[in-house]
Design a protein around this ligand. Structure first.
Ligand code: ADP
Length: 274
């Protein structure tokens, strides 16, 4: 019996509901499973429809994140917690799984601090953004999650997280999933999205880096552009905090979870950083 954290991305072309029959199979086999999901594409669609189009912030180091003003946070919450989370919970419950959908804000599951000032690059100029409602998960209430898992329930988690003062903040779901996996002592973390793994060349699907060891961690970090940087960072954080195995792989296809567990994608294993 393993403890597995499965994060399904919310990019274009990914429907996390499509992976839930496989999750139901894992739960039936006795595994302890936490599902984490994104909702970025749904948020973009809703933001456009509501006349508040999405904006991306690029940090000086090239990391990308969503510009999250108050209105964006509200739209983000509608998409992540309202639409996607409830659809995933519905799919699991109809498959006989006792799923519990919660945002990281609920019960203080994911606590993090808000970034006070973000140094971003806009049209080649560095600007400071002070009112962004985003941050990074710093602690996870593992006791609460274990309470649910011990009762045979399957937590379905999604951003936002909360600050220690209870303010909702947008956080990266990959890194939140990594923090969750580390805190509950998970055996496996699967980060599944619309790509087959970390590609050496983003134009070439056959250039997937299969295994990351001490020599190739730098290569994976170097190859990752834009949003993939967060996934590789999440993999590093999970491995450094004791998760045995992390796979960055595809969420697409009928046996996506099984294939990732068997090593399809980019596999980061414990010892990779020694
Ligand atoms: P999700 O929202 O599903 O979590 P993201 O959009 O955050 O996924 O990250 C996956 C995206 O990262 C891919 O669709 C791809 O455009 C981009 N990417 C950048 N560099 C790489 C790389 N080296 N290998 C694979 N994907 C990459």
């Amino acid at each position: 019996m393993s403890t597995i954290v499965i994060k399904i991305g919310g990019g274009r072309g990914i429907d996390p509901c499509a992976n839930m029959d496989e999750v139901a199979g894992l739960v039936e086999d006795g595994h302890r499973v936490i599902v984490v999901h994104g909702g970025s594409h749904e948020t973009n669609v809703l933001a456009e429809a509501l006349g508040h189009p999405p904006k991306t912030i690029t940090s000086a180091s090239g990391r990308q994140s969503r510009r999250t003003d108050r209105q964006t946070l509200e739209i983000f919450t509608m998409a992540y917690c309202g639409k996607v989370n409830k659809a995933v919970v519905e799919r699991l419950r109809t498959a006989g799984v006792d799923a519990v959908g919660l945002s990281g804000l609920d019960a203080g599951i994911w606590i993090g601090s808000r970034k006070n000032a973000i140094r971003a690059v806009e049209d080649g100029r560095t600007v400071i953004i002070r009112d962004d409602l985003s941050g990074r998960v710093e602690s996870v209430d593992a006791d609460f999650l274990n309470l649910l898992l011990d009762a045979g329930r399957v937590p379905v988690l999604t951003p936002p997280a909360g600050t220690p003062d209870g303010i909702a903040i947008n956080v990266d779901a990959d890194r939140a999933a990594a923090a969750t996996a580390a805190s509950i002592g998970a055996d496996e973390l699967l980060l599944l999205s619309n790509v087959v793994g970390v590609l050496r060349d983003t134009e070439d699907e056959n250039s997937c880096i299969p295994q990351v060891c001490s020599e190739s961690f730098g290569e994976a970090e170097h190859a990752a552009q834009g949003r993939m940087k967060n996934k590789v960072q999440a993999a590093r954080e999970a491995i450094e905090r004791g998760v045995s195995r992390v796979v960055i792989g595809s969420a697409q296809g009928p046996s996506a979870i099984q294939r990732a567990r068997e090593g399809a994608g980019t596999v980061f294993a414990q010892g990779a950083l020694t």
